[in-house]
Design a protein around this ligand. Structure first.
Ligand code: SF4
Length: 104
């Protein structure tokens, strides 16, 4: 079964895996420049969506390193929170009858 990682742009021989792990503190001015190279690779990656879904499936506390799917850990957490809030709003907006457990 083909895996999306087989088509990952970051697996290209010209790409240094170290680019995906900036050494600067995320609050440092140099961080953006360091992260930019990895983000550029992700920007042209054909499997970015699958990569994003795979990394978002990892619980936030376990996803604290590196650039993945063009995003740093903080940016990925923003998406996790946004999705959780959206799911919560959707659940609250559902009619009460649809929230009842199905009994047989
Ligand atoms: S989106 Fe970025 S990290 Fe994900 S597979 Fe593509 S190049 Fe690699």
């Amino acid at each position: 079964m083909p895996d999306f990682r087989d088509r990952a742009a970051c697996r290209d021989a010209a790409v240094d895996p170290e680019w995906f792990f900036p050494t600067a503190d995320p609050r440092a001015k140099t961080y953006k420049a360091e992260a930019a190279r990895a983000k550029a690779v992700c920007g042209r990656c054909l499997v970015r969506s699958a990569c994003l879904e795979a990394i978002l499936a990892v619980p936030g506390p376990k996803d604290k390193d590196g650039i993945t799917a063009g995003l740093d850990p903080e940016e990925r957490d923003v998406i996790r929170v946004r999705r959780a809030n959206q799911a919560d709003r959707t659940r609250r907006a559902a009619p009460a009858s649809s929230r009842r457990p199905v009994t047989v």
